[in-house]
Write a protein that binds this ligand. Structure first.
Ligand code: MF3
Ligand code: CO
Length: 260
């Protein structure tokens, strides 16, 4: 992703993104409410597809084939369980008490795209898993605080990494946040680590997805045999939170507010 095609969203497009983000947040909240021991991953995806279609919108991930990918993503929702980091294909398999499940979803509303993710517990989880979720969620908020017109994009990753490191958790480096809006993935690249005052300068009207992926163990990841699911190398558990953010003069406007 070069920096040449970074887009500034027009006011009328921002209105559409705001509405799309609101819808997406509601839908992800409904999916999260359905999470419990015994529910199948495919049932969660069915809820996602149904609610998106009922709203007259399109699931942005279904049929999406990034450059270089051998297959298109087959579902509306990414479901990533425990040591799965991101991009899990919803399996015909029930969730179990104690699991950690990441839910990632994209919406196309009137031609404009929003992207968001949360990690939620299945029933009762252990305190280490709870800590992992809380730290990852907080790291996203800390990254968002760095966003404003004139700020350097490296400040986002710098702040996230600095926060997460205190807990001795791993941060995924091979995957990052991204520009979003006119497509599900646009430039620029928004890493979850970095140097203060480095990288491109954020401008009012840019829209980015910030999405820290935090591991209980080390940073390393690999791609599973299905060529989609990303897992931790050391089989430690992983959490992921993502929001779509508009850069404004005074800071960040969150286009996909927390659903829960
Ligand atoms: N939120 C995911 C990301 O930015 C989008 C998944 S694309 C899909 O990486 F193809 F997996 F659906
Ligand atoms: Co994303």
């Amino acid at each position: 992703m070069g920096e040449s095609k970074i887009t500034i969203k027009k006011p009328e497009d921002i209105k559409i993104l705001r509405e799309g983000g609101k819808r997406l947040s509601y839908i992800l909240g409904e999916i999260a409410k359905a999470v419990r021991p015994g529910v199948k991953q495919t049932e969660l995806n069915d809820i996602a597809e149904r609610l998106i279609i009922e709203g007259g919108d399109k699931p942005a991930f279904k049929g999406y084939r990034p450059y270089g990918a051998k297959t298109a993503f087959p579902a509306a929702l990414c479901v990533s369980l425990n040591d799965e980091v991101v991009h899990g294909i919803p399996a015909n398999q029930a969730l179990s008490e104690g699991d950690l499940v990441s839910l990632d979803i994209g919406l196309e509303h009137k031609g404009l795209f929003t992207d968001m993710a949360i990690t939620v517990p299945v029933g009762m989880i252990d305190s280490a898993a709870k800590k992992l979720i809380d730290v990852t969620k907080k790291s996203l908020e800390i990254g968002i605080k760095e966003v404003k017109d004139g700020a350097k994009i490296g400040n986002i990753g710098y702040a996230i990494e600095k926060f997460v490191k205190q807990y001795k958790f791993g941060i995924v480096r091979e995957l990052a946040g991204h520009g979003v809006g006119y497509a599900i993935h646009e430039p620029p690249y928004v890493p979850n680590y970095g140097k203060k005052n480095s990288g491109l300068t954020l401008k009012e009207g840019m829209v980015i997805a910030i999405e820290p992926m935090v591991n209980e163990g080390g940073d390393a990841i690999y791609e599973a045999e299905d060529e989609w699911t990303v897992k931790t190398e050391d089989a430690s558990r992983s959490a992921h939170f993502e929001k779509t953010i508009l850069v404004t003069k005074n800071g960040a406007e969150v286009l996909t507010p927390s659903p829960l």
